[in-house]
Design a protein around this ligand. Sequence first.
Ligand code: NAD
Ligand code: DAU
Length: 340
Amino acid sequence: MHNLLVSGGAGFIGANFVHYMLEKYADYRIVVFDKLTYAGNPANLDPVRSDPRFAFVQGDICDLDAVRNTLRAHDIDTIVNFAAETHVDRSIMQPDAVVTTNLNGTWALLEVAREFKLERFHQISTDEVYGAIPLPQRSREGDPLEPRSPYSASKAGAEHLVYAYFITYGLAVTTTRGSNNIGPYHYPEKAVPLFTTNAIDDQPLPIYGDGRQMRDYQYVRDHCEGIDIVLHNGTPGEVYNVGTEVETPNIEMAHKILAILGKPHSLIAHVADRAGHDRRYAIDCSKLRALGWKSKHSFDTALEHTVRWFVDNQAWWRPIKSGAYLEYYRRQYVERGDAA
Ligand code: NAD
Ligand code: DAU
């Protein structure tokens, strides 16, 4: 494993993973293959752009020939697939994109990985595939998948394809199911960066419903370390959960962001709930810990680092919150009658 194709590497977690891997492994080469959708941002890769071990190819994972040509040109031995349509609200508004990219795109990558007899295909999946988990339960890797949104259903479908390629064709696959990531380069449509950037600008923080829904918010670097350990020490055919095992209600997360920024708590605005909103995800990560991994950042530390990054990097997010983003924001929050 030396020549990695990181699909979706211009997005939030993918870019953090590329930075992390190039820092850690002097002899690895990384090619980012990314369509540059609204969520893909070349600026996320600025810290590695001049590194001779790094290359960027703009392409769609659904395009078999483009993937083939890239694998051949760069002598790729491993694919790590981050490429996806990742926002649950957008998947509710317009479900076709998650089926195209998350299902068909994953299939296309698997097909080419099989053709090229790659050493490893690693799929980045999500704790959302388990569905809503009532207290005090915690999901383990062998539990049934009960996804409930178009996004999570497409990610579960992709996982089934990945496993089918392991059983049917003997492709060496691994999968990680991560909880909610927070950290640098997080696109400001997701709750933590949206609330943070709105709060910086004294704008309302739109909390869905009662805000008592719980998420396991983990620092993106911890997730990247987990993926690295599974790539190197995981068993082909296996799935590994990655998270902190601590869940926080969204309303608490919003109050903490306001406290870090010294902004008034009156900025919190309860708005109409997300359709089919999963109340709680909670995963058991003992399988990954047995490989020597542990989550290093508490929620408070991760949130503090994240909020500070957004305060210090306004030149990164201000251009994003314009144009098409504002159109999305209007549809998502104002047209629905959610305007705070
Ligand atoms: P993101 O939305 O920030 O980035 C996705 C990237 O994929 C973008 O760069 C985009 O341009 C690219 N992309 C989309 N469609 C593509 C296509 N057809 N071909 C090539 N590239 C394409 O996403 P993220 O939050 O970094 O998530 C990355 C992966 O991690 C996804 O698979 C997601 O399901 C999974 N995941 C995310 C989280 C989270 O909290 N963000 C948690 C667990 C798992
Ligand atoms: O659990 C992992 C998943 O985490 C990933 O697979 C997804 O790609 C990623 O987007 C994330 O999904 P969520 O739906 O949990 O993340 P989001 O940031 O959209 O929402 C977090 C919580 O905050 C959720 O309970 C919904 C709520 N929320 C979200 C937004 C955008 C609000 O209350 N208001 C908002 O405006």
